[in-house]
Design a protein around this ligand. Structure first.
Ligand SMILES: C[S@@+](CC[C@H](N)C(=O)[O-])C[C@H]1O[C@@H](n2cnc3c(N)ncnc32)[C@H](O)[C@@H]1O
Length: 241
């Protein structure tokens, strides 16, 4: 069975295998555009509201982004489908107000109206099967407090941007803002070095935030086409569902 089939038929095993084979899947801490994304998400959230009572981080991985969300909250819960990821997240986020568990979306094990912020970053399109997305968003909606917000981040094809926004809106959220990351040129740049990525000078280039920021300039000229990642901040709509 190939990887795509395993991801669909047995996602838990798929992700657990990734974590057993790679020290840091997706290499988030060594890639400029990802480092920048992990910095900008908490910055945007802080700018929007400052502090949050209860944060839920869905698909917490090794806790790379979670670490940066910690200063924004009095209580944070992170969960992931992979027990190996959760073991590392606990080590990477040693805080008395952080709690980690193994769980999967859809299937949220929380009471109604528990969180004032839910972060689902590189989540919905990464790991929720199309036929389960409606259920996943309904669970997120239910777990948010009245007026709670959800930060979605996803790596998308251009034609999926508007579809995703529409899907969020029809799932009883109001879009507060969208924030394209203008990272398409950076991903192209990274791909040029694929065969020589283990050279130390290449590692330096790829991990540079300055380069990631500079490459946003040409990406901006491409307009909508300049982004692979989009951040979407959405508020739970007050209308009853
Ligand atoms: C692409 S990573 C994103 C990590 C992090 N949220 C970020 O943006 O940096 C996706 C993570 O979701 C986890 N995952 C996969 N399926 C899941 C599910 N159904 N529920 C929760 N987490 C899941 C994976 O194990 C992986 O750690």
């Amino acid at each position: 069975m190939n990887n795509i089939q395993t991801k669909k038929s047995n996602p838990n095993a798929y992700y657990q295998k990734i974590y057993s084979e790679q020290k840091e899947p997706w290499n988030y801490r060594a890639r400029g555009a990802e480092i920048l994304r992990h910095e900008e998400i908490p910055d945007l959230l802080f700018g929007f509201k400052g502090q949050f009572e209860n944060i839920l981080d869905i698909g917490t991985s090794l806790g790379q982004l979670t670490q940066k969300l910690l200063p924004l909250s009095k209580r944070l819960i992170g969960f992931d489908v992979s027990p190996l990821a959760i073991k590392s997240a606990r080590l990477n986020c040693p805080s008395s107000h952080a709690q980690f568990l193994v769980a999967a979306l859809p299937g949220l094990p929380f009471l109604q109206e528990t969180f004032d912020l839910i972060v689902v970053s590189d989540g919905i399109h990464e790991f929720v099967l199309k036929e389960k997305r409606k259920k996943a968003l309904a669970e997120i909606h239910r777990s948010l407090k009245k007026d709670g917000i959800c930060l979605f981040s996803d790596y998308l094809k251009l034609e999926d941007f508007d579809r995703f926004l529409e899907f969020i809106e029809t799932s009883h959220f109001e879009i507060v803002f969208t924030y394209p990351l203008y990272d398409r040129v950076w991903y192209q740049f990274e791909s040029w070095f694929k065969g020589i990525r283990n050279f130390s000078w290449v590692k330096k280039l790829i991990s540079s935030i300055t380069i990631a920021k500079i490459l946003r300039m040409p990406a901006r000229l491409l307009g909508k086409y300049g982004s692979r990642h989009i951040l979407i901040l959405a508020q739970k709509s007050s209308e009853k569902i």
